[in-house]
Each structure stands twice: as C-alpha cells, then as structure tokens.
Write a protein that binds this ligand. Structure first.
Ligand SMILES: *Cc1c(COP(=O)(O)O)cnc(C)c1O
Length: 232
C-alpha cells in the first residue's frame, strides 16, 4: 500500500464511523479529494486507490493537470473534476469547458457566463452555490439573505444544473459555533431541496471538521491535507 492509499483508507474509515454515529449511511457521503497544488503523480496514486472525484482551486494549474490526465492511459475510467476555488469572470471559459462541477458560484454573472460558455456536446454543468455562512468580510460566498434568490436565477439557466450549496465555515475552536453554522447550512439545503427536487448536495466538511460536518448532514466532504499531506 502506498502512503496515499493508507491515508485514503483512514479518511474512508473516519467517514464510515462518523456516519454510523449519526445514524446515517456512509454511501450518502461523497469523498472529494482536493488535489490543488499537488502533482499528477499523486492524483494518479489516489485514482489507483479508487478515488474518482477531484477538487481543484486554481484555473491554470487545474487545466494543465486535467489535460495531462486525459492523455494518460493509466486513467482508464472517467475522472470527475470539481472547481472549488474563487472564480473571476475572465476565467470562466476554461472552467466551463473542462470541469464537471463548479461549487464556488457566488453571483449571477459568473453563473451566466458558465452557462453561456458550457459547450453543447458536454452534459450540463453541475453547480453549487457557495454560501458565506460566517458572514466574515474576507470570505467568498453569497449571503444567507441572497442565496434563495440566486438559486432561483441559477435554476433558470439551461446549461447548468443546480445541485446544492458549498461552504467553508469560519476557522474556530468554538465547537458550538461551528455546529451552529453547519446546522444553518443544512437548513438552507433542506429548504432548497423543497424548491428544487434535483438538489442533492450539501458540500461541507474539510480535513479538520469532517466528522462534525457529517453529523450535521453533509453529503460531500472535501479533503485535501488528510489525503495528500500539507500544502507547504
Ligand atoms: C483547500 C480546500 C479544501 C481542502 O482543505 P483541507 O483542509 O486541506 O482538507 C476544501 N475546500 C476548499 C474550498 C478548499 O479550498
């Protein structure tokens, strides 16, 4: 077993145990491997250990890796790419052309551009709205007040499929505060699901807080450090 496959086993075990404690089925929780800043060789190790879903944050870096992997015959099965980083409007085209998901949509203009630039020969682009749950000025994301309106606008765009919400909670040691933010996100998710039946994704939980996120209803955890090591 490689170092990375051991780490993946550990993460998968953590997900299973957290799901059991919450009375949930671990099959309802997707593991997204966050490979930003990491080379194709490490992504390949994770792929060979069974992972198929990868998250990236930086446009140029990710497009280079995606193109390289497309030509690499060791990747026999399809890999699904998730853009999870801040996205400027002048960089939407390569994202619309190369990714399967964008989880960091925080304003209508970005959604419209992704919709207009999504090639016709590809399936619709899956989208999550990023919610700024802590309300911190420095954080990306739409506000709690705006998320329902943005959802209705995004849901009208024909080349996008609204799948749910994504959030990065505040960095805090206050466990109750963190739990409150996760619970608020879960409530928004349930509300959106009532409005839009195709909504099935609550993307929350990272290396430091995946167990609590799962306890609070996460359907997708985004794990970088615990799989690929720290990012220097
Ligand atoms: C980097 C990143 C992650 C992974 O964080 P880790 O703490 O390394 O697991 C998850 N989500 C987003 C949006 C990120 O930018």
């Amino acid at each position: 077993m490689t170092n990375i496959s051991k780490k993946i086993k550990n993460v998968e075990q953590t997900i299973i145990q957290a799901a059991q404690r919450a009375g949930r089925n671990a099959d309802q929780i997707q593991l997204l491997a966050v490979s930003k800043t990491k080379p194709v060789a490490l992504i390949k190790e994770a792929y060979l250990a069974g992972l198929r879903h990868f998250g990236e944050n930086y446009v140029q870096e990710s497009i280079e890796k995606i193109q390289q992997i497309k030509l690499d015959t060791d990747f026999e099965q399809a890999v699904f790419w998730y853009f999870i980083g801040p996205l400027q409007s002048n960089k939407t085209r390569p994202v619309a052309e190369n990714f399967d998901w964008v989880q960091s949509v925080e304003r209508l203009k970005i959604a419209q551009r992704l919709n207009d630039q999504r090639p016709d020969h590809l399936p619709k682009l899956n989208v999550c709205l990023q919610v700024n749950i802590s309300g911190e000025q420095s954080k990306s994301g739409t506000t709690l007040l705006q998320v329902i309106e943005l959802a209705s606008q995004v849901n009208n765009l024909p080349r996008l499929t609204l799948r749910g919400i994504m959030a990065i909670p505040e960095k805090t040691d206050d466990q109750l505060r963190l739990e409150k933010q996760f619970n608020e996100l879960h409530n928004i998710y349930l509300h959106l699901q009532q409005l839009y039946p195709q909504v099935d994704t609550l993307s929350m939980g990272m290396s430091g807080d995946l167990e609590k996120a799962i306890a609070c209803g996460s359907t997708m955890v985004r794990i970088g450090t615990d799989i690929f090591g720290s990012r220097g």
